[in-house]
Design a protein around this ligand. Structure first.
Ligand code: S3P
Length: 439
């Protein structure tokens, strides 16, 4: 039975301070890289969501010891390509594109065949974007249905470095190739359109031979196989993508104020802050500090009653890629017509998110003009929804659920949002934090 969240009332004004759970991208990368290190690594504030638990389950199946304690998680790595497992192993990436794509890079040298499966949503997503470059290293991939999971990987013992152009601005593609490079002889050279750079920062911190040159649009990354990776402890900072829902909740609620503690504000992730500020949101970064190449900050948000439309510069797309649904919500309440272009990648996510964003705004009474890769949103600053709205059959996309919840709490109407458990993918404490803010 799918659990339904019913919301009938808008949230009342608030002044609160919250802590957000650990960053999903960093949590998955820590699990995967700790599995390749030698010895015991520990992570504090690791995100305990389904995507990360799926990563842990995968490396356990691959013979790695993991212990989950109250305040930290411990992984005992066996070194690069040190996985131990039987013939015909099946691993399950569940809902996680990041896990499914990155782990393939680590498995590129596996002598035995491994099948990788995913849930209904992940099985609709394109995997050729990673298997094409990974084939160039020398591995083989077999699909039942073209470019979709399940797929079978057959690694090779002679993995050689490649030259790769990543032209979508996808950190998953870039990182999958970077992880494969850990196993490759010679040099791997990547020219990558700008995208989140957590893998690069971790490689640097772990002293993996990596050189990076930057131009305006591309990063040029050279990687050589390291002799070994030493075990490493890591304190995972808060997730800016999860924080974004609360930035928008506060922006759209009158006379309110929220402080979010210890959030990762890596410059390749802060598109949401840049875009919302351009639209008139009041967002301030406090107590900024550095941690192992990452930047961390507290974020203070105050309500805004003067939001204006944006013609969103496409060079911000990659740094806000997971936040567009809530950004669209702000556009719905802003004065004027907002325009977001070159955003076709949104339809490659856990659900076709560009289409879902438009559909939900339409249900709310907002006019949109949608194409395959753009959306225009006709804002209504005085929008007050009076009717019932039902959100269901959205492939359990966690961000569709959370965007709908924020819409219900800020725009009125009587909402029934199906598949409450979808939040477990990235942000299990989402509704608890909403409750805390509401009291
Ligand atoms: C992620 C990269 C992004 C993002 C996803 C997490 C990552 O995907 O949407 O939620 O951790 O590398 P793409 O790199 O495919 O855009």
């Amino acid at each position: 039975m799918s659990k339904i969240l019913s919301i009938k009332d808008k949230i009342k004004k608030f002044n609160k301070r919250i802590q957000i759970s650990g960053d999903k991208s960093l949590s998955i990368r820590w699990v995967l890289l700790a599995s390749q290190a030698i010895g015991k690594s520990k992570a504090y504030n690791l995100l305990m969501s389904e995507d990360v638990l799926a990563a842990i389950a995968c490396i356990k199946k691959l013979g790695i010891k993991v212990r989950i304690n109250k305040n930290y998680c411990e992984i005992i790595g066996n070194g690069i390509n040190g996985f131990r497992y039987k013939e015909n192993l099946v691993i399950n990436a569940k809902n996680s594109g990041t896990l499914g794509r990155l782990i393939l890079g680590l498995l590129i040298k596996s002598p035995k065949k491994i099948k990788i499966i995913g849930d209904k949503s992940l099985s609709k997503r394109d995997f050729s974007r990673v298997t094409l470059p990974l084939e160039k290293f020398g591995a083989k991939f077999y699909y039942k249905i073209k470019n979709k999971l399940p797929l079978t990987l057959h690694g090779s013992q002679s993995i050689k470095g490649i030259k790769y152009l990543e032209n979508k601005g996808s950190a998953q593609c870039k990182s999958s190739v970077m992880f494969a490079a850990l196993n490759a002889s010679g040099k791997t050279s990547i020219r990558a359109k700008k995208s989140r750079n957590h893998s690069e920062l971790l490689f640097k911190y772990l002293k993996i031979p990596i050189k990076i040159k930057k131009s305006k649009k591309y990063d040029f990354i050279d990687i050589k196989k390291p002799k070994k990776i030493n075990a490493f402890n890591y304190q995972i900072p808060g997730d800016i993508s999860s924080s974004a829902f609360f930035m928008v909740l506060t922006t759209l609620t009158t006379n309110s104020k929220l402080l979010i503690k210890d959030v990762n504000i890596n410059s390749s992730r802060i598109g949401v802050i840049v875009i919302l500020k351009k639209m008139g949101a009041k967002i301030f970064l406090k107590n900024q500090r550095n941690y192992r190449g990452e930047k961390i900050s507290d974020i203070l948000i105050k309500s805004s009653n003067n939001l204006k439309a944006i013609n969103c510069p496409p060079n911000l797309n990659s740094s806000a890629i997971d936040e567009f649904l809530v950004i669209f919500l702000v556009a719905a309440k802003a004065k004027g017509i907002s325009y977001f272009k070159d955003v076709s990648e949104l339809n490659q996510k856990e659900s076709p998110r560009l289409n879902w964003g438009s559909k939900i705004l339409n249900m709310m009474g907002i006019k949109t003009e949608l194409t395959k890769d753009s959306i225009k949103i006709y804002g209504q600053p005085n929008l007050e929804i009076k009717k019932p709205i039902i959100i269901k059959n959205y492939l359990k996309d966690h961000r569709v659920f959370m965007m709908s919840t924020i819409a219900a709490l800020t725009c009125g109407g009587q909402w029934k949002i199906y598949d409450k458990d979808s939040i477990n993918t990235s942000f299990p404490s989402f509704l608890k934090i909403i409750k805390k803010i509401s009291n």
